[in-house]
Design a protein around this ligand. Structure first.
Ligand code: FES
Length: 119
């Protein structure tokens, strides 16, 4: 099982293939996911220290490019936990002042992923 280290929160064992945003939240981290995991809002963004995936969904790529975040952040709703990862969540509920993190992302990546190499 991959080990997920979330800086400031702890290290967790995660079932292989778990959607990253859900793995983070299921382990008690109040990460935002305002669009419900559809690569539209970028509030699920994380910064990797190690274990950054080499592939990326086209939806993630296009949204990060639009927001000028390519190379700075990744979208945890567009990533599966299939290796050890160390990262930092960049937007949390407690820091946001928002009433809730957003609707629950589905277990599978949405929209259906088209995989490309991360730039
Ligand atoms: S981009 Fe909105 S939850 Fe990931």
């Amino acid at each position: 099982m991959p080990r997920l280290e979330v800086e400031g929160y702890g290290t967790f064992e995660v079932a292989d293939g778990t959607r990253l945003v859900r793995a983070i939240e299921d382990n008690g981290v109040d990460i935002l996911h305002r669009c419900g995991g559809y690569a539209r809002c970028t509030t699920c963004r994380v910064a990797f220290t190690s274990g950054e995936p080499e592939r990326m969904t086209r939806a993630e790529h296009d949204k990060l490019a639009e927001k000028e975040l390519l190379g700075q952040a990744r979208l945890s709703c567009q990533i599966l936990c299939d290796q050890d990862m160390q990262l930092r969540p960049l937007m949390t509920l407690r820091d946001s002042g928002l009433p809730d993190p957003g609707s629950q992302p589905e277990a599978e990546i949405t929209p259906p992923p088209e995989w490309i190499s991360a730039p």
